[in-house]
Design a protein around this ligand. Structure first.
Ligand code: SAM
Length: 411
């Protein structure tokens, strides 16, 4: 092992969940509990500067930054749902405007339920009737129509968060899975939801969580969010705090599939292709044979060349991304990555070592790698759902928090 690993129970947050600090406004797969980010920023005395998260997901790194005094943030993600949740969480809104909009929405939904408007937009869900009952779809259409009539776009964004959440909850998909699996016929026969009641109940919860946990910190912050893969430009960042995917989406966490209903509803034409666009989604045409990965990838190739190509694609993309990220960090700045070392064909892939090695090649020094145990309560979030129903993981029980610092003389 080239880069030493320090076992740190301080980072386990045993028995705690995400919600123990800042409840997420929307369920999202493989979230990083904000406690981890807060603790590592404090340990390295990072209290100012600009933070980048190149795989921001639902934006948990930014709350860690906010709690430590940072005010400038940039987030990138290819999943529209991720960008929607993050934008909703970190956009400042006036409480009175929220209350007024909620009232207006309630009234309009009531009116439209009695007299549906003639100009309802078409439902853009693929196979809608396979996943939803007809009356449920009609009610969802009315809620969405009324929501889109709200005058303020930022309020629409916040109000779309509970809409997305109930879209899944009102469908015939199993709520315990990240991927889409239809309920058994007997469960569909007894499936009974009230979309309007569910929506307003969820909306009230989201508003309360947003106002109590996020709003107090948002007044003077700047957040730049992009629905794209991070590429370096003129902008520079003092700290990168991120949790990249464990592997390609198709064999680890299917972020795209998890988000497909809301992404389609919002008119994202490539909603069903997102998992292929994420890191490692396109098959490599040669093995990744470099540094710490040479031996593990060769061992996987000896059992399945195709699988080794799939794994290679992911690390090739990760190396490209680190190249971009490294160039964007200011001299003396930090790269903090929370990663899992997943196992493929019985071979463990040393992603923590890979991250340190890559950053070192770009003029960084490895500061520390902490090993943390995933506690039961936190684990389901970070666990990789496999392709089989009900099977939630080739169980990952540890994560690694890798911290590297850019040379001060660099650039
Ligand atoms: C582990 S999740 C991040 C979770 C986040 N820390 C949170 O707490 O919600 C990884 C994220 O990387 C995104 N992602 C994967 N490949 C990407 C790429 N090439 N460009 C941008 N984002 C990508 C996925 O959509 C997913 O949201």
């Amino acid at each position: 092992m080239r880069y030493p690993i320090t076992r740190s129970p301080n980072y386990d947050f045993k028995g705690q969940s995400y919600a123990d600090t800042f409840p997420n406004l929307h369920r999202y797969p493989a979230t990083m509990p904000p406690q981890i980010g807060i603790a590592i920023l404090q340990e390295f005395g990072i209290h100012q500067g600009t933070m980048l998260d190149p795989y921001c997901g639902s934006g948990s790194s930014f709350i860690a930054g906010l709690m430590c005094g940072l005010k400038h943030f940039a987030g990138y993600d290819l999943n529209p749902l991720a960008v929607l949740i993050t934008r909703a969480k970190y956009t400042w809104l006036d409480k009175r405007d929220i209350a007024q909009a909620r009232q207006m929405l309630k009234q309009r939904v009531r009116t439209y339920l009695a007299h549906p408007p003639a100009n309802l937009a078409d439902i853009r869900l693929h196979n809608a009737n396979y996943w939803f009952a007809g009356d449920v779809l009609a009610a969802l259409q009315i809620i969405y129509h009324a929501l889109r009539e709200l005058p303020d776009e930022a309020i629409q964004t916040l109000f779309l968060v509970p809409f997305s959440e109930i879209l899944r909850a009102c469908s015939y998909t199993r709520s315990s899975e990240f991927k889409l699996y239809r309920l058994a016929p007997k469960d569909i026969a007894s499936f009974n939801v009230d979309p309007v009641y569910s929506y307003f109940q969820k909306l009230d919860w989201v508003i309360a969580a947003y106002e109590s946990y996020y709003l107090p910190y948002l007044q003077d912050i700047q957040l730049q969010l992009k629905l794209e893969t991070f590429r370096t430009s003129k902008a520079k960042y003092d700290v990168v705090l991120t949790s990249p995917p464990y592997g390609d989406s198709q064999t680890t966490v299917a972020y795209g599939q998890f988000s497909v209903f809301i992404n389609e509803w919002l008119g994202i034409s490539h909603a069903r292709q997102i998992d292929k666009l994420l890191m490692g989604g396109k098959k490599a045409d040669e093995l990744y044979q470099d540094g710490v990965l040479v031996s593990p990838i060769a061992r996987i190739a000896s059992m399945s060349f195709q699988r080794a190509l799939q794994v290679s694609a992911f690390y090739k993309d990760l190396a490209t991304s680190i190249n971009e990220v490294a160039r964007a960090i200011t001299p003396g700045g930090f790269a903090i990555y929370l990663v899992g070392n997943r196992t493929v064909k019985g071979v463990q892939l040393p992603t923590d070592q890979f991250i340190a090695e890559q950053f070192e090649r770009h003029g960084f020094k490895h500061c520390v790698t902490y090993e943390r145990a995933l506690s039961n309560k936190v684990m389901p979030n970070r666990n990789s759902p496999s392709n089989q129903i009900g099977i939630t993981a080739p169980t990952m029980s540890k994560e690694y928090l890798v911290v590297c610092q850019k040379d001060t003389a660099d650039d």
